[in-house]
Ligand binder design. Structure first.
Ligand code: SF4
Ligand code: SF4
Length: 173
């Protein structure tokens, strides 16, 4: 199956599954959608979803952040929006926010609170991972268990986890 269709299937896991049972957007007036930079990194191959759907609210471009795979340097695509989107077309990073996959020092994949969320998201500052909706966390694990069957996505996640480490230094738990 083409990678874009895998992402589209995984997106469905998050159509109704949210970080907590309540609408957290009402808590903070959707702060995570109002950042000035507004960019969300796409996971490898995910840009093909946006080439397919061509949403008029999104713009994608190559970022400076890169990983290496198959001897090639791959610049990671980033999606920009103006703070409004079609909920059913939003990228995976938005669906799982404020959590993120992370490959730890033992090489194991885990789901953590994204340290980049700490400066804006009240959930990330007040909750532990165990306080998030169990079904939501389970769906993220499920999605990345599928995605990490791809060697390229696993390589990407290693580089991404090193990038996350830089933010962790500023937000010691
Ligand atoms: S910033 Fe956090 S609390 Fe606010 S809408 Fe986003 S995920 Fe929910
Ligand atoms: S794509 Fe949608 S969910 Fe993601 S930051 Fe933009 S408005 Fe928010």
């Amino acid at each position: 199956m083409n990678v874009e269709y895998i992402y589209l299937q995984l997106y469905r896991l998050f159509d109704k599954s949210t970080p907590i049972k309540a609408d957290c957007g009402k808590l903070c007036k959707k702060r995570c959608c109002k950042g000035d930079d507004g960019g969300m990194y796409l996971f490898p191959g995910e840009e093909k979803v946006f080439k397919l759907l061509k949403p008029n609210w999104a713009k994608t471009e190559k970022s400076d952040f890169y990983y290496e795979f198959g001897g090639k340097r791959k610049n990671v695509p980033i999606l920009f929006c103006d703070g409004i989107c079609d909920r059913y077309q939003r990228p995976l990073a938005c669906r799982i926010f404020p959590l993120t996959p992370y490959i730890n020092k033992d090489g194991k994949a885990e789901i953590i609170i994204d340290p980049r969320a700490k400066s804006m998201c009240p959930l990330s500052n007040t909750l532990d991972i165990a306080d998030f909706d169990g079904g939501f966390v389970k769906n993220i694990k499920k999605a990345f268990a599928v995605l990490m069957r791809s060697k390229e996505i696993t390589e990407y996640l290693k580089a991404y986890s090193e990038y996350i480490d830089e933010y962790k230094k500023f937000f010691k738990e």
